[in-house]
Write a protein that binds this ligand. Structure first.
Ligand SMILES: [Zn+2]
Length: 449
């Protein structure tokens, strides 16, 4: 199992080893690093294998050290609390690695695991680790080879950091727009009582039933806990959403997902520890890399308020107030600031097509960070250029041609400075095929103001 399922005690020494977590659901993937790349690099034979082992341990220890520092814990306090460490290497090449690290919590604890994405680089035999949200992470992401951090991820992390001061969340609730779900628990901490009260528990029916949890907005999705059940979505607009207690979940590895994409089912699973009294999704909000209070934030058309204790409180909309057990109808992102066109538009070979979206009810100009999500299919995606065309005809280039890119599906969010444009009117996505052979279509696109 390589890097999987070690306990915090292992950091202190084998004599303190506590029990380990159950068998990981995703066996065989997180170990690719130790098994393949390091061994290949270290050469063959017993000496090579030994060096590979040392290198994998070096990386794991470096990630665990960074997590302990970030959480203000020592290995000793972690062990005392029955917590364990996980280092899940999701991609690696040469002296680079990318993955997630987790400080689990004890089963039954009223808490949730802490998890970070990390990027790591080995120089002179020593691993440098950057945890998500840190300056080191940003610097390492920038220089990492694209086999470890893709160009799209680099763009997402850069946008995310740049936009971390954004005020509107632009988020829907994590279930279908128009559907109503019960508040199982009002604003509380990601780990229960401790502030900030960044999280809310939701299920379609209070107490029972398992329902589909959906992405609250487009973004880049990652799996965090090695045993599954915990998904993080990094949104280009600077916000991050967290989903825990998922069952039958997807396992995204930096995958771009659309708003409303399926993530998993509500359940009581605690794959990295914690507790859940009844089926729900534990839905948390971060700005940049840090949890922030839900108080006064607007998500799905509702403004959240805290109660006198964690898990109380609820949400308001106009003159309506909904508390625990009450139903929240999902009005979508920013209530009336989300617009989409899901009709297919064919992109002919060496031709172009425009898909329109009529925007109304948005006062003033468009934002300097207009979020444009596009879903384009093409038999050679490098042939395609994309422009956002404002109501007055001004075109904003989002994607140029790339003759070498033979991909066939583009799921991408672009951020356009459209602050010189009046928001209301007909916006168009212009897709042009600029090379001979191949064709495709715009599957869908949307705008969040
Ligand atoms: Zn919760």
């Amino acid at each position: 199992m390589g890097l999987r399922g070690r306990t915090a005690a292992a950091v202190l020494g084998a004599c303190l080893l506590a029990g380990t977590a159950g068998p990981p659901a995703y066996a065989g993937t997180a170990t690719a690093y130790a098994g393949d790349d390091v061994a290949a690099q270290a050469g063959s034979g017993a000496a090579g294998a030994a060096e590979a082992g040392r290198s994998a341990r070096g990386l794991e220890d470096a990630v665990v050290g960074a997590m302990l520092a970030a959480s203000g814990q020592s290995a000793r306090t972690l062990v005392a609390a029955g917590r364990e460490t996980q280092v899940n290497v999701q991609r690696a090449a040469g002296d680079w690695a990318f993955g997630s690290g987790v400080l689990t919590v004890a089963r039954g604890a009223h808490a949730a695991p802490d998890g970070w994405l990390f990027t790591a680089r080995r120089q002179g035999g020593t691993w440098t680790v950057g945890l998500e949200g840190s300056a080191e992470f940003a610097a390492l992401v920038k220089t990492a080879p694209e086999s470890v951090v893709s160009a799209g991820e680099k763009r997402t992390f850069e946008n995310h950091a740049r936009n971390a001061a954004a005020v509107p969340t632009g988020l829907s609730l994590p279930y279908p727009v128009g559907e109503s779900w019960a508040i199982v628990g009002g604003p509380h901490g990601w780990s229960g009582q401790p502030r900030p009260w960044s999280s809310i528990d939701l299920n379609k029916t209070f107490g029972s039933g398992s329902y589909e949890v959906l992405a609250a907005q487009s973004g880049r999705a990652y799996w965090i806990c090695g045993n599954g059940g915990h998904i993080r979505i990094i949104h280009d607009n600077g916000w991050t959403t967290e989903y825990y207690h998922l069952a039958q979940e997807i396992r995204p590895n930096g995958t771009q997902v659309a708003m409303g994409a399926y993530l998993g089912m509500t359940s009581t699973r605690i794959p990295c520890g914690g507790s859940a009294g009844s089926n729900h999704v534990h839905f948390g909000l971060k700005q940049g890399g840090s949890f922030v209070p839900l108080q006064d934030k607007v998500i799905g058309g509702w403004t959240y308020y805290e109660g006198s204790s964690a898990y109380g409180g609820g949400a308001r909309r106009g003159g309506t107030s909904v508390g625990v057990r009450g139903l929240l109808r999902n009005y979508g992102p920013e209530d009336g600031r989300y617009f989409e066109n899901t009709t297919n538009h064919t992109i002919p070979d060496q031709g172009q097509v425009e898909s329109p979206i009529t925007v109304s009810g948005v006062p003033g100009n468009a934002p300097s960070r207009l979020s444009v999500y596009v879903d384009v299919h093409h038999t050679w995606i490098g042939d395609v250029t994309l422009d956002l065309v404002a109501p007055d005809g001004t075109a904003y280039r989002m994607k140029g041609p790339d003759p070498d890119d033979d991909g066939d599906i583009l799921h991408e969010t672009y951020t356009v400075d459209a602050s010189a444009e009046v928001a209301n009117g007909v916006w168009r996505l212009r897709a042009a095929d600029v090379s001979v052979n191949d064709s495709g279509y715009i599957d869908a696109w949307n705008l969040t103001f």
